[in-house]
Design a protein around this ligand. Structure first.
Ligand code: SAM
Ligand code: DTB
Ligand code: SF4
Length: 336
């Protein structure tokens, strides 16, 4: 069911506001000014609205746990200004060849034993080559046979590659739009926004669930955050999984030293994602180690219902699993 076919749309009052003209193109479900109105709301009103939407579609006290692994680290040819794995920045990340499948399976089994339901394999590529696809499909099959959901994030896919991944048992493909189209060239110059949209379409066409989100705290304006959310919410259908990352500032990357964004802006972005993509799993993603538990609790209140779980993201740290269990216990939340 698409968001515009809901019987009771909790944002109707916004859409009917005199100040907002209805979009001429009916395929555009959310316009940037509408999302900006959300982001501009008094904080309590916004979080309350997001929590109301959240409760219509989800159990408010459950959280889904995904564990990440970097199956191929560093040496990437792209120039993403946030990324410690780009070859051109000197970040101290050591390049590593593709992990042996046994190591990946062992890590997946350990993640499952710790309570994760999904295992996400990341590679520092602009996109995979055919021989890479063959190795990754073997990993996907092996992880799947442990009874876990599988996710991969390998960069841009060429026609036919998504189908190969799907045939191997891939449940989700992560491919982030990262920011608004207007701000994109400030962050990445080695590819275009349209390249990302093309890969997302390949993934959709192959029948794989889409995991697509972005990063906040990269020096963007609130309007740019609204632009990112509009892009995500207007994908047809919108992604099943929406990771919202808070920039992890890594020394050596161009974005290191960017003025820190107020965490309330991050919570607002989560709330806007929840309201505009009611059925999606919204993931409170990178940046939790730099965030207080109180801010994380606000993110759950604003509609986040998934986290990365385990001591490491791809190359940077994440709260220890035990610490997260304590947080969930304190909040009376259960994992899926
Ligand atoms: N190379 C592939 C690609 O770019 O699509 C897959 C791996 S890439 C590391 C996956 C995502 O991690 C990026 O799209 C970005 O959203 C996120 N990411 C990378 N570095 C980050 C950082 N320092 N802080 C927050 N998120 C980050
Ligand atoms: C996503 O949106 N965030 C994850 C996952 N998808 C692949 C990656 C975060 C990476 C943070 C920096 C690092 O650890 O290298
Ligand atoms: Fe490469 Fe992905 Fe990092 Fe960009 S985000 S530099 S594509 S690993």
């Amino acid at each position: 069911m698409r968001c515009n076919s809901l019987t009771a749309d909790p944002t109707d009052h916004l859409k009917n506001a005199d100040s907002i003209a209805q979009p001429a193109d009916k395929s555009v479900r959310w316009r940037i000014p509408e999302i900006q109105l959300l982001l501009d709301m008094p904080f309590n009103d916004l979080v309350f609205q997001a929590q109301q939407v959240h409760r219509q579609f989800h159990d408010a006290n459950t959280v889904q746990l995904s564990t990440l692994i970097s199956v191929k680290t560093g040496g990437c040819s792209e120039d993403c200004g946030y990324c410690p794995q780009a070859a051109r920045y000197h970040t101290g990340v050591e390049n590593q060849e593709m992990l042996p499948i046994e190591d990946v399976v062992a890590a997946a089994a350990a993640a499952k034993a710790q309570g994760a339901t999904r295992f996400c394999m990341g590679a520092a590529w602009r996109g995979p080559k055919q021989r890479d696809i063959e190795k990754v499909t073997a990993m996907i099959g092996a992880v799947k046979s442990l009874g876990m959901e599988t996710c991969a994030t390998l960069g841009m896919l060429k026609p036919g590659q998504a189908k190969q991944l799907g045939d191997a048992g891939l449940d989700y493909y992560n491919h982030n739009l990262d920011t608004s189209p207007d701000y994109y060239s400030e962050i990445i110059t080695t590819r275009q926004y349209q390249d990302r949209l093309n890969t997302l379409q390949e993934v959709r066409n192959a029948g794989i669930n889409v995991c697509c989100g972005g990063i906040v705290g990269m020096g963007e304006t609130r309007e740019a955050r609204a632009g990112l959310i509009a892009q995500l919410a207007n994908l047809d259908p919108y992604p099943e999984s929406v990771p919202i990352n808070y920039l992890v500032q890594v020394e050596g990357t161009p974005l290191y030293g960017t003025a820190k964004l107020d965490p309330f802006e991050f919570v607002r972005t989560i709330a806007a994602a929840r309201i505009t993509m009611p059925k999606a799993m919204v993931r409170l993603s990178a940046g939790r180690r730099e965030m207080s538990q109180a801010v994380q609790a606000l993110c759950f209140l604003a509609g986040a219902n998934s986290i990365f779980y385990g001591d490491k993201l791809l190359t940077t740290g994440n709260p220890e699993a035990q610490r997260d269990q304590t947080l969930l216990d304190k909040l009376g939340m259960q994992s899926l």
